[in-house]
Design a binder for this molecule. Structure first.
Ligand code: ZN
Length: 680
């Protein structure tokens, strides 16, 4: 639960190992800027997103196995093809016992051996289910909670290690709300039609899982109802996503004794012994009200209700690694009902994602050796420094920030650490045992290995060299507590980054990504952290107030965007990301102006000026097709705006954008200067 700010959120689908990416089949990325991706029949002032991306959208219709498919996803797909080559080579090699090749190969093969997986049915979880069934005292409930936690089946809350937000050099333990099988508390509590239908689908899904694991139909039905009631209680006590965006409210550092006072009904000492962390020292409890309710539930919920819930957790979190009937039931809810996906991805892609997640840096080492040229790292280093300079210039120009705060902002900007491509030091997988025998056993072995690794960090100094994303991931992040920006190797590809490509497009695409990530250090949340990553105030009161007034404009603009008939974007929830997009554009535009100062005339490409290509390069990154159900799900859960709104939202706030495309003040997307948002 390290707090990081991504370029885009994880896709739909609940998996034990982290997020799945959303890929596709085609390889249509062109090496340079091309007008073929545009729809020149659309007037840029009517709908710039469509004008810039209409061609791409037509060329890339939504495949059945996707709920969203965009430029980002296409690149993720290409990264996946590369990972496939690596993994298949490892699988064919049959490396010596204990080598990375053996582990990667056996993990993948165990997942691809569908005959063995189907034959086993739910046998791989039978022992766990039996243990839950045999519970006959409350003390055994907590034993099982610990047992599941150690395998990262996370029944109620995450227990994790991360930097102390007020002493960023040290790692402490943390507790963070969890326990829900649906993506958010709203799904349990809202009364609209879509939510009611999804609750019905969720109960049907749980019933199916209980039936598949041996319960009679009517028993399965009541176990599902009981689980639903249990989770609804957790949902009511859960923070909203907006509440979780307040780092002060989610910072509640307590000792184990204080935790026992905060939530006395839960046997914390037994729990901590169960997860083999008997003396964690201080623990940050992100949502105290939630933990109090968990403790109340420990006391008041019946043994049967606990058993039903814990069994459902095991079933739900392992279903995608069991036989086809479990996998299909899992897809029917998480893929179809929640996201509108029409078909499942092919098995090799799902197994590949799991392997690549479980052995992330092992696969990553092979990935960068094969596919990441050192020249890309050098070019990126230069770009990042140019962006840093431009951001500094923008800070100097701000009319709303006091000189005192500007000084501190410069210090924070100068202190941002930059990680590009891959970690200098790779993770050691020697203690992880992987065999070709059982897919689920491998998944759980990897989960136990990760949990133990995480727990070993508690009480230790923070390892600044560690990465929280693998090199083969198409994404980027900013970590406020590390004050660092991170760009994995896989994002340094077209359409983000053209190694020898057009500067205008590079600044519009990867340049804005760099600026985007940097501004996260200064947005509504990032500004609450100082240059060393500690939660501390370094803005004057007046600056904070003026910043809030400025950002309110952006909140209001996004609140007015209708994403589907009757459903509006959430300007508060997406504020940090919208500030980052708008700020990233302003900063990278400035950096591009700096870069082209000494150049003579820059040629047009396909009839487009470099200024136009800057904005088109930016827009191209967000080209996507998406299903209505996925729009609904993301509007509730994703802090990032939809592709169309990442383009049509920020651009009309930028004066130079109108000039580049000759857009008049009569155009539908025009915003009058007094109504524009301008923060960085
Ligand atoms: Zn972001």
């Amino acid at each position: 639960m390290q707090k990081i700010y991504l370029m885009l959120a994880c896709a739909a689908g609940i998996v034990v190992g982290g997020c799945q990416s959303k890929p596709s089949e085609k390889e249509l990325i062109k090496p340079v800027f091309s007008a073929e991706d545009m729809d020149l029949s659309v007037n840029p002032g009517d709908n710039f997103y469509k004008y810039a991306n209409g061609g791409w959208m037509k060329q890339h219709p939504l495949p059945d196995d996707k709920s969203r498919f965009g430029s980002f996803d296409l690149l993720a797909e290409q990264s996946k093809e590369k990972v496939k080559t690596i993994i298949e080579k490892a699988a064919a090699e049959k490396g010596a016992e204990g080598t990375l090749a053996q582990k990667i190969g056996d993990f993948y093969n165990s997942g691809m051996d569908i005959e063995a997986v189907n034959k086993a049915g739910y046998a791989p979880i039978q022992a766990l289910l039996n243990q839950i069934d045999a519970i006959d005292s409350k003390a055994e409930v907590v034993t099982l909670i610990s047992l599941l936690q150690k395998q990262q089946l996370t029944p109620l809350f995450y227990f994790y290690a991360s930097a102390d937000q007020k002493n960023s050099e040290m790692t402490i333990a943390g507790i963070y709300q969890s326990g829900l099988g649906m993506p958010d508390r709203d799904y349990y509590l809202n009364d609209d039609d879509a939510s009611v239908k999804l609750r019905e689908a969720y109960i049907a899904y749980l019933t199916k899982l209980f039936t598949l694991s041996g319960s009679a139909e009517d028993v399965a039905g009541s176990l599902a109802q009981s689980t639903m009631a249990f989770e609804t209680r957790l949902a009511k006590a859960s923070n909203t996503r907006l509440q979780n965006r307040d780092p002060h409210a989610t910072y509640n550092k307590v000792s184990v004794d204080e935790l026992a006072l905060m939530a006395p009904a839960f046997p914390w000492v037994a729990y901590l012994e169960g997860i083999e962390v008997p003396a964690p020292g201080d623990i940050n409890v992100s949502q105290p009200a939630f933990i109090k309710e968990v403790a109340n539930m420990y006391e008041t919920e019946s043994m049967d209700s606990w058993k039903a819930f814990l069994s459902s957790v095991v079933l739900r979190k392992t279903a995608s690694y069991l036989s086809d009937d479990f996998v299909n039931a899992n897809f029917a809810f998480y893929g179809e009902a929640l996201s509108g996906q029409k078909a499942m991805e092919p098995r090799w892609k799902r197994v590949l994602d799991t392997t690549s997640g479980a052995l992330g840096e092992a696969v990553g080492q092979l990935f960068v050796a094969e596919y990441f040229p050192p020249a890309a790292k050098q070019r990126m280093d230069k770009l990042v420094e140019n962006l840093r300079i431009a951001f500094g210039q923008r800070i100097d120009q701000l009319d709303w920030m006091s000189d005192e705060t500007k000084l501190a902002a410069h210090e924070k900007l100068a202190a941002i650490r930059v990680k590009i491509g891959y970690p200098d030091k790779w993770r050691d997988y020697s203690a992880l045992e992987i065999t070709a025998d059982s897919y689920l056993s491998n998944v759980l072995a990897s989960n136990r290995f990760d949990f133990k690794h995480d727990m070993s960090k508690i009480g230790q100094p923070v390892d600044k060299e560690e990465w929280h994303m693998t090199p083969q991931t198409v994404n980027a992040y900013y970590s406020p507590v590390g004050n660092e920006v991170v760009f994995p190797a896989a994002i340094l590809q077209p359409p983000f980054f053209y190694l020898d490509g057009d500067d205008a497009v590079n600044y519009g695409a990867i340049g804005v990504v760099i600026g985007h990530e940097m501004t996260h250090g200064f947005d509504d949340q990032g500004r609450l952290y100082g240059k060393d990553g500690n939660l501390e105030t370094w803005w004057t009161e007046d600056d904070s107030e003026r910043f809030n007034t400025k950002t309110k404009v952006l909140v209001d603009q996004f609140n007015q965007i209708e994403v589907l008939p009757g459903t509006f974007a959430d300007g508060e929830l997406s504020l940090g990301e919208n500030i980052a997009d708008l700020g990233g554009l302003a900063i990278s535009y400035q950096a591009y102006q700096n870069a082209k100062k000494d150049k003579s005339e820059i040629a047009q490409i396909d009839g487009f000026t470099d200024e136009q290509r800057f904005f088109l390069g930016y827009s191209r990154v967000w080209a996507q097709n998406i299903r209505d159900k996925e729009i609904l799900r993301r509007t509730k859960t994703d802090v990032h705006s939809l592709g169309i709104n990442r383009v049509n939202g920020p651009l009309p706030n930028i004066e130079e954008f109108y000039a580049a495309f000759n857009i008049s003040d009569k155009a539908p997307i025009y915003i009058a200067p007094v109504d524009r948002a301008s923060i960085w």
